[in-house]
Ligand binder design. Sequence first.
Ligand SMILES: CCCCCCCCCCC/C=C/C(=O)SCCNC(=O)CCNC(=O)[C@H](O)C(C)(C)COP(=O)(O)OP(=O)(O)OC[C@H]1O[C@@H](n2cnc3c(N)ncnc32)[C@H](O)[C@@H]1OP(=O)(O)O
Length: 243
Amino acid sequence: MKMRNPPVNSLSLEFLTELLISLEKLENDKTFRGIIITSDCPGIFSAGLDLLEMYGRDPAHCAEYWKAVQELWLRVYLSNLVVIGAINGISPAGGCLLSLSCDYRVLANNPKYAIGLNETLLGIIAPFWFKDVLVNTIGHRAAERALQLGFLFPPSDALQVGIVDQVVPEDQVQSTARSVMAQWLAIPDHARQLTKNLVRKPTADRLLQQRDADIQNFVRFISRDSIQKSLHVYLEKLKQKKG
Ligand SMILES: CCCCCCCCCCC/C=C/C(=O)SCCNC(=O)CCNC(=O)[C@H](O)C(C)(C)COP(=O)(O)OP(=O)(O)OC[C@H]1O[C@@H](n2cnc3c(N)ncnc32)[C@H](O)[C@@H]1OP(=O)(O)O
């Protein structure tokens, strides 16, 4: 699955909906046993959640958006398919969450391709289920530092901390992802799927048990004047960077 939402593969409501529909189709087609998620935007896996879906929007829109974010996460995280991330670009915040929700992550060795939950750098916070997935992946202490400081790990650090499973030369990302897929597909589906569910269900259940409250918390938080100001400042910084 090649994500194509130029210029930066931001996860807008429309794009999230497209991804959800595509994933659902693949899940329902029994001829598919695995997917490789990668990007069609040069140098960018995904710029994460679309800031314009959270800035200057009314509460109803924010609630609809957050529901779609939850939905995509649950679908990828709990997918019965083998999901491999072929991460061929930078993947901050929501892009990192998408990567972390794969079963295996292969990152291209380019110092620009940083990965991490950088929410604090925007003056916002990673929701508890983003945090849970990071803690599950790199452990409590490393996650505690990474989340508070908004670390974006370059490939060598990403491998060391375990946020990705493999770092390979850029021209080998897709072929490596395909070899890894072959290894994972050698396992009988029912055994692998039940095991995946056993490991991941408790984390997903934490959100499933309080989805509506999570949406309300998000809407309250994102609608605060101080948070809207932080988003404004960050968006302006992105604009000014262009010069
Ligand atoms: C009680 C508590 C309850 C809890 C409540 C939870 C609270 C909120 C949780 C929110 C979680 C948020 C998760 C996220 O994912 S936030 C997004 C994080 N993403 C980033 O920080 C990345 C920002 N982008 C960049 O750094 C660069 O754009 C990038 C390195 C990706 C690419 O750089 P490049 O130079 O190639 O391109 P530009 O910067 O010029 O960007 C091109 C245009 O795209 C726009 N853009 C970029 N990123 C985003 C984005 N994420 N959303 C929307 N738009 C984006 C950028 O502004 C440029 O636009 P223009 O061409 O119009 O200027």
